[in-house]
Design a protein around this ligand. Sequence first.
Ligand SMILES: [Zn+2]
Length: 181
Amino acid sequence: MPQPEIPEEAYELLGEAANRCDQVTRYNLLERVLAGVVDDDLRESSEGKQGWIYIYRQKHGKSNEFKIGKYVGPNPRDRIRQWEKKCGHEIELVRTWEVAFARTTEQLIETELKGMDDVWLGSRECRGPDGSSGCGAHHQEWYKASEQELCQIISYWVDYTNRMVDELLLTRECTRMVDDG
Ligand SMILES: [Zn+2]
């Protein structure tokens, strides 16, 4: 698919991630960044709701296969319990991050991971660690990589969007000051 020319400087917006990714992924990430924060994120953030990114793996499952997701609410463990109940297997929660814009952050993480070779496991049918059937759904958010590598990428985008909040607040403050004259 032909892509429009993007000036090199634009990629500076991505920070270090620009060096990690191939050209197509850089383009996709930049497009996501320039689209701004997802509306639902802005609304929940203004309502003071807490957002989270979490990473887990199946207990007794493959140690290098992880699911990454987002949750909005006080305690991400509630989401883990929902998954356990829905999918019918035990889960080992590896780590959670509190983040201002959970959906936007998740999309950035997904965009980078899906651009990496052999990391995204695609759409796959839910199964237990012993091959037993799960919830019957096809899950899309499973990735195969080292825990350290995935956590580094997640942390990067969590920091990134948390910084975006500061900039947004600053922009709003400036707009208000200008409006107030
Ligand atoms: Zn499932």
